[in-house]
Design a protein around this ligand. Structure first.
Ligand code: SAM
Length: 245
C-alpha cells in the first residue's frame, strides 16, 4: 500500500455526488473492503463507479472537483479534441471514463499501487470503456517512452502539501519539454494549499490563470524571474482559509 498523508475521511459522504439510490443496497464486503457501486450523472452521461468505504490513499472515492473539471472540459471541448491528455490522481477513474465517453484521448494515472489500478480497471470495464493507465508515484521517474502528453489534468490533488515537491517534479517531467502544454487543475478544498502550490509553481517558472471557480490553468512561462516570482492574487479571494463545501 502506498504511504500517504491521511485526509479527513469524515467528509467523504457529503462530497460524493451521486444520483444513485441503491448505494447501501449494493454494499458488499470483499477482502475486508466494503464498497458501493453507484451510478453518477455527469452532463447527461451515466457512469457506473465502484467506490470504497475506506481508502488509505483517498483513491477509493469520487471527489467534488471532478465535476468542476468535467464541466470545464465539456464546455471547452475544442481545446481538448485531438490532444493527448494525462490525468494525475485518477482515483476511481471517473473523470477519465467520462472524458473517454465524450471522445477524448485520455490516459489515467495514480500511485503505483495494485489496489488503485485494479479499481480503475474494474470501473472502466463496468462502463465498457478502455483507456491506458500508467502507475506513477509523484517524484519518481516518469517512464520516458510513455511521456508524450499535450495536457495534464488533475482534480482535487492539492491535499498533500508535503507531496508538492514530488508532484512538481512529475509535472516538470511531463511538461518541461513541451512548450504548448498546460496543466488544468481544479480544487474544492483549502485555498491555503492552492496558494502554497501556486507559489512553488511560480518559483519553478510557471504562470497561472484562473479560468473558472476553483479551476486554473498553469503553463511554463519565459517571463517569470525565477529569483523574484510575482506574488499571488486571487480575484474574489477574501483570504478564506476554510474548506469550501
Ligand atoms: C483526493 S484524491 C482525488 C481523486 C480524483 N482526482 C477525484 O477528483 O475524484 C487524490 C488522488 O491523488 C493521488 N495521489 C496522492 N498522492 C500521490 C502521489 N504521491 N503519487 C501519485 N498519486 C497520488 C491519490 O491516490 C488520489 O487518487
Amino acid at each position: 500500500m502506498a504511504n500517504t498523508d491521511l485526509f479527513d475521511l469524515s467528509d467523504f459522504a457529503k462530497m460524493t455526488n451521486s444520483d444513485s439510490d441503491s448505494d447501501n443496497e449494493n454494499s458488499k464486503n470483499n477482502n475486508d473492503q466494503v464498497f458501493d457501486e453507484k451510478t453518477v450523472e455527469i452532463n447527461q452521461k451515466s457512469i457506473k463507479i465502484r467506490e470504497f468505504h475506506y481508502s488509505t490513499t483517498n483513491a477509493g472515492y469520487i471527489w467534488p472537483a471532478t465535476f468542476t473539471m468535467a464541466d470545464y472540459i465539456s464546455k471547452n471541448i475544442q481545446v481538448f479534441n485531438n490532444k493527448k491528455i494525462i490525468e494525475l490522481g485518477s482515483a476511481t477513474g471517473i473523470l477519465s471514463i467520462y472524458l473517454k465517453q465524450i471522445g477524448l484521448n485520455v490516459t489515467a494515472s495514480d500511485y503505483n499501487d495494485p489496489e488503485i489500478q485494479e479499481n480503475i480497471e474494474y470501473n472502466s470495464k463496468l462502463n465498457d470503456i478502455h483507456f491506458n493507465y500508467i502507475p506513477h508515484s509523484w517524484g519518481e521517474e516518469f517512464p520516458k517512452e510513455k511521456n508524450d502528453f499535450d495536457i495534464v489534468i488533475a482534480s482535487d490533488i492539492l491535499l498533500y502539501v508535503s507531496h508538492f515537491d514530488k508532484l512538481i517534479s512529475t509535472l516538470k517531467q511531463l511538461m518541461d519539454e513541451r512548450k504548448d502544454s498546460f496543466l488544468l487543475i481544479s480544487y474544492k478544498r483549502k485555498m491555503s494549499n492552492v496558494r502554497i502550490f501556486f507559489d512553488l509553481m511560480m518559483k519553478n517558472g510557471f504562470q497561472y490563470e484562473t479560468v473558472g471557480q476553483r479551476i486554473w490553468i498553469l503553463r511554463k512561462s519565459d517571463n517569470i524571474d525565477l529569483k523574484n516570482p510575482p506574488s499571488l492574487h486571487f480575484e474574489g479571494d477574501n483570504n478564506d482559509e476554510e474548506d469550501e463545501n
